[in-house]
Design a protein. Structure first.
Length: 164
């Protein structure tokens, strides 16, 4: 456990490949099932902005896990300390927010309703299956500290820090 750079690198590669596969499935949906869509001229620019925000949030969140939590997002090398700094002050799941932002941005950039359908599907999967399971593991690992964190920080995000 701990800070093994191999897990950090393999985790980054796995996430990138997963996002590429999800986007490819969305594009396949466009080709097979969905009619062409004429999108507004600003939509690709919005997509580029969402991709940039998502990539920054992904990098920042991973860096904070590495430096503050002494671990990685990779399940084989999880943080040994609860992280509530950086993006984790505003969201318990900034990495998922980042990845959904990147995928939404790619969907806008490519004017792909199929990718946007995949984003909705992935959001539901995360909300109903993945995150509750992760929260159970984190609760068992960090106990009362995690319960307090859950009460203070929303699952997805908030735009300003609460004063307490």
């Amino acid at each position: 456990m701990g800070q093994d750079p191999r897990y950090l690198v393999t985790g980054i590669v796995r996430v990138a490949l997963t996002l590429i596969v999800i986007a490819a499935v969305g594009i396949a949906l466009d080709i097979v099932l969905l009619p062409p869509v004429k999108s507004p001229n600003y939509l690709p620019w919005l997509g580029v902005g969402l991709i940039a925000i998502g990539l920054f949030l992904e990098a920042r969140s991973t860096f904070v896990l590495w430096t503050e939590g002494l671990g990685t997002p990779h399940p084989a090398s999880p943080p040994s300390r609860l992280v509530d700094r950086g993006p984790y002050r505003y969201s318990r799941n900034p990495l998922y927010v980042a990845r959904l932002s990147v995928l939404t941005g790619v969907g806008f950039l490519l004017s792909s309703p199929g990718i946007l359908i995949m984003v909705l599907w992935l959001s539901l999967l995360l909300e109903l299956a993945v995150i509750p399971r992760e929260e159970g593991r984190l609760g068992a690992r960090f106990g009362e500290a995690y319960s307090e964190y859950k009460g203070r920080v929303p699952r997805w995000f908030r735009f300003r820090r609460s004063v307490s």
